[in-house]
Every structure is written in structure tokens, then in C-alpha cells.
Write a protein that binds this ligand. Structure first.
Ligand code: AFP
Length: 340
């Protein structure tokens, strides 16, 4: 009987590394450590309704939002999984204002890890999918320890990025620049198994749009006209798209990646720079989307071309099937001004 090869994430990472004869194995170590951290976070997320870990921690993070306890747990798990391996020169997290140094007692390496430990955490207590998002860059500054300069690189410099979605099953999706690979956690053996090799966005894409339409009044005329058009209310008569919006970026993006369509988080009068964070949310999704044949834009330029100026910088985001992101840019550039 023909046996179906089961590819674990560890095996896949090693096989990817072999494609680069000069690879040191450091990047593979980081990805393997991240997969372990994801399993530990998944275990807690799955227990969230059972154990007394839910609830507000009673303080705000640097974004001015209430921090859920599970956020803190995920932050600690990732930090502890990554601080001692000698692979990283520093880390940056959505939960921390500044660059997180590697403790002096541990050796440092040539990579920077940027992560959002638990995105969409306001959805935890209603069983909606949430996620961890990560990106990895090579150190560019001189000297042993990482600096701000190492963390503020454009997305094009990323060596690997991806996310974990904790949903009806837990999936880890990553790219190191040679396509997009998706792994599903088999809880019975505690392993991420290759379930979605070489993900490509569907062509032709399914006609879905995803945006928080409650903010319609705050949008630019271009953004309003774009959404009107997607509803079939534009100048030309077209069939309406279908709409889906979860309010948890990883879940909304994951659907967009697999089905096609466009996810948007525009700028508006309340958030003139947009709400989503460039480094923690937009850039890793942009890498995955481009590698799968799609596009990510801030409405004017590719997300991956933006040179960040701050760790917690925000950006508008249009990500998904190439033709719909192109179309969004056209509408936005025609009528860009926000209402007074
Ligand atoms: P939380 O982490 O506070 O739940 O925010 C989630 C998020 O950053 C992102 O995951 C969503 O796409 C977006 O915010 C939803 O924002 P709106 O509630 O304004 O639609």
C-alpha cells in the first residue's frame, strides 16, 4: 500500500535550509523555537474557557489598549523560547514600547525577531480565532547587541515571516521567500504537519471584501466609492461582492489568503494613519500575500517598500488578490481626502 509521506514542520524547515548551501541553521532554529512557542500558546488558548486566565490584567499596553492575561502569557512564552538560543540580537513586541534586549548572560546572534504575541485578543472570550504574527530580519548594525536600526528595516529585507491562527484547528503559515507553506497542528501527536504546501491565492479570486463598514462616515470619498462599487452600487453595474469581517486580522487575512478577495483597514478621521501596526501586523501579512501571488498596499505603495520610522507606527492596509488591491489604489488615489 502506498504510504503518504507525513512532513513535520521540523523536517520541512530542514529541507528548506538545504536549498541554501551556506545556511548556518540559525534561521531554522528560530522557526523551530517559534513552532514550539505556538504549541504552548495554543494549549492555553484552547483552555481559555476553562481556566481562570481570562479577564483584564488591569493595565494598558503602549497602544493604550487593555491587556488580556493571555497576551501576557503569549508574550512570556515567546520571549522565553527565544532569548537564550544565541540566534537573536534583540526582539521587538507589540506589547513592549522599546527594543527588548537579549539578557547579558546569553550569547547573541544575527537575527531580529518582531512579533505580536496574540493579535485580536479582544475576541478571546467569545471563541473567535486569534493569532500570533512574526517576522525575522538580519541584523544590520555593527556590534553584538541589536539596536533600533536593526528593527526599523523595510519589509523587503525580511528573511522570514508568518503567523499562527488559533481557530477550529491551529495552523502555522510561514514564508522564507520561497513560497508559502501551511502546517496544521495534529493535537494527538503534538506536531505541526504540512497540510498546505506552496499556497497560492486562487485565480480567479473569490469576490469577498472584508472591512469594518461601521466607519463609513469617517472614510475618504475614495474609500466610500470603492466599497459602494464592491457592493454593486458603483458607476458601472456589477454584481456585488460578498462581505466577511471578523475583526481579528489573522483570521480575516487567513480567509483572504485561501479564498481570495480583499481585506481593508483604511485610514479614517479617527485614525488618520490607520489602526493596524506596520511592523507587527501589516508587513508579515504582506510578505505572505506577495509570496502567494497577491499584493499588499497602504493605498499608495507596497507595504513591503515602506521604511518604518517607529516601532509602533500604524498604517492603512489593503491586502489580498492583486486585481482588487490595484482597484482599491485607483479609487483611493482619485479621492484621497478624509472628510472634515
Ligand atoms: P484587538 O487585539 O484589540 O482585538 O485588535 C485587533 C486588531 O488589531 C486586528 O486584529 C483587527 O483586524 C482590528 O484590530 C479590528 O479593529 P476594529 O475593531 O476597529 O474593526
Amino acid at each position: 500500500m502506498a504510504e503518504r509521506a507525513v512532513v513535520t514542520i521540523d523536517r520541512h524547515i530542514i529541507e528548506e535550509e538545504r536549498k541554501f548551501p551556506h545556511a548556518t541553521g540559525r534561521l531554522s532554529n528560530i522557526l523551530t523555537d517559534l513552532a514550539l512557542a505556538a504549541k504552548m500558546i495554543q494549549r492555553e488558548v484552547a483552555q481559555a474557557g476553562l481556566v481562570d486566565i481570562l479577564g483584564r490584567a488591569g493595565r494598558e499596553n503602549v497602544q493604550g489598549e487593555q491587556v488580556e492575561k493571555l497576551d501576557e502569557f503569549a508574550q512570556e512564552v515567546i520571549y522565553n523560547a527565544m532569548d537564550h538560543g544565541g540566534n537573536l540580537c534583540c526582539m521587538v513586541s507589540e506589547e513592549h514600547e522599546d527594543v527588548i534586549p537579549i539578557p547579558d548572560r546569553f550569547p547573541t546572534g544575527d537575527y531580529v525577531l518582531i512579533f505580536d504575541p496574540l493579535d485580536g485578543s479582544s475576541n478571546i472570550d467569545v471563541n473567535v480565532s486569534i493569532g500570533t504574527v512574526f517576522s525575522i530580519y538580519r541584523k544590520v548594525s555593527k556590534g553584538g547587541r541589536g539596536t533600533l536600526q536593526d528593527c526599523l528595516q523595510p519589509g523587503r529585507a525580511m528573511v522570514a515571516g508568518g503567523y499562527v491562527v488559533y481557530g477550529s484547528s491551529t495552523m502555522l503559515v510561514y514564508s522564507s521567500g520561497t513560497g508559502v507553506h501551511g502546517f496544521t497542528l495534529d493535537p494527538s501527536i503534538g506536531e505541526f504537519l504540512l497540510s498546505h504546501p506552496n499556497i497560492r491565492m486562487p485565480e480567479p479570486p473569490q469576490r469577498y471584501y472584508s472591512v469594518n463598514e461601521a466607519y463609513y462616515q469617517r472614510w475618504s470619498l475614495g474609500q466610500r466609492r470603492l466599497v459602494d462599487c464592491l457592493k454593486g452600487m458603483g458607476e458601472k453595474e456589477t454584481a456585488p461582492f460578498r462581505t466577511r469581517y471578523i475583526g481579528s486580522l489573522v483570521a480575516d487575512f487567513h480567509r483572504t489568503l485561501l479564498k481570495g478577495g480583499i481585506f481593508m483597514y483604511p485610514r479614517d478621521t479617527a485614525s488618520p494613519e490607520g489602526k493596524l501596526r506596520l511592523l507587527y501586523e501589516a508587513v508579515p501579512m504582506a510578505l505572505i500575500c506577495e509570496q502567494a501571488g497577491g499584493r499588499a498596499s497602504d493605498g499608495e505603495r507596497d507595504i513591503l517598500d515602506i521604511v518604518p520610522t517607529g516601532l509602533h507606527q500604524r498604517t492603512p492596509l489593503y491586502v489580498g488578490s492583486r486585481e482588487f488591491v490595484d482597484m482599491a489604489e485607483e479609487f483611493l488615489q482619485r479621492d484621497p481626502e478624509l472628510p472634515c
